[in-house]
Design a protein around this ligand. Structure first.
Ligand code: GLN
Length: 280
């Protein structure tokens, strides 16, 4: 027999060697099995688990022990206070990307029909959050991967978003002619020989969403380059990048004559998003 408390303690010790948040991981997975939130676990620590619940929980803990990210096991991750469905076809939302949202919202007036596009939308977190926070905006979300677009569409439907159009496209290649007030992207930017790719959750994430050639800069170079002809005069470009890419990304913007080039730091103080304005 296992109580909630003993099942959690045992699982947390099983996960201690592979996760820095072993107890939290176990709690989230048990919530998934019980279909309750974490306050239930705190309120009823001595409640006995049924045999089928224990079996399901142990199976999830075993998957997690082998490295599978918690978000892929539950199928959800929260971003900007909304739940998003995630599968191994899309990157798991990171808190770092909330910086892109903050900066975008500062740039978009709340009551105007601005046109904006999110390139490489994945699960749709950026496009959907901006469409929800700015209902007057006309949003396009692209991805190269049809499987990712399906997830993004499901997330948009789940949040009752109607001001997004989805488009399968290699960056801006298949996007019908239009000029944008804002182009935003969290592209792949990790170099293929980066040792982080062998650790933790990223091992299970789609490589096309993580890795880019030219030391991680190829996608950024393509986007910044093609955005020149697709931004309105005074339009804005915001790109997420690696903590050590600030100087190189700024150079890409400056070489193409963007104005007001500036890099902003994420919550952990790392250079994370570079901005440029198109004034030609
Ligand atoms: N920030 C992510 C990481 O370092 C990478 C996301 C991306 O490549 N866009 O794991």
């Amino acid at each position: 027999m296992h109580s909630i408390k003993s099942a959690l303690a045992e699982s947390a010790s099983t996960l201690a060697s592979i996760s820095e948040s072993a107890l939290l991981d176990a709690e989230i997975l048990l919530c998934q099995v019980l279909q309750k939130d974490r306050s239930h676990l705190r309120a009823w620590p001595d409640k006995q688990l049924e045999a089928t619940q224990l079996e399901q929980f142990k199976a999830l803990i075993e998957e997690r022990r082998k490295g599978m990210p918690v978000a892929y096991l539950t199928g959800y991750r929260e971003f900007w206070s909304r739940d998003f469905q995630v599968t191994p076809d899309v990157l798991i939302p990171r808190p770092d990307t909330e910086l892109l949202i903050e900066l975008s919202l500062q740039l978009i007036p709340s009551n105007q029909p601005v046109k904006l596009i999110d390139l490489g939308t994945g699960s749709g977190i950026i496009a959907i959050t901006l469409a929800a926070e700015r209902p007057h905006a006309q949003v396009i979300a692209t991805d190269f991967s049809p499987a990712a677009l399906e997830i993004a569409k499901r997330n948009a439907k789940h949040h009752h978003i109607t001001n997004i159009r989805f488009q399968q496209s290699d960056w801006l290649d298949n996007v019908p002619d239009a000029q944008f007030d804002l182009i935003v992207s969290n592209p792949p930017y990790i170099a293929e020989d980066d040792s982080h790719l062998q650790e933790g959750d990223v091992r299970f994430e789609p490589q096309t969403a993580l890795i880019a050639a030219q030391h991680g800069l190829q996608a950024i170079q393509t986007i910044v380059n093609s955005a020149c002809s697709r931004l309105k005069t005074h339009g804005h470009l915001l790109i997420e990048h690696g903590y050590n890419q600030q100087r190189l990304v700024q150079t890409i913007f400056q070489d193409l004559h963007y104005d007001k080039v500036h890099t902003y730091q994420d919550l952990s103080g790392q250079p994370r998003v570079t901005y440029g304005q198109w004034n030609s």
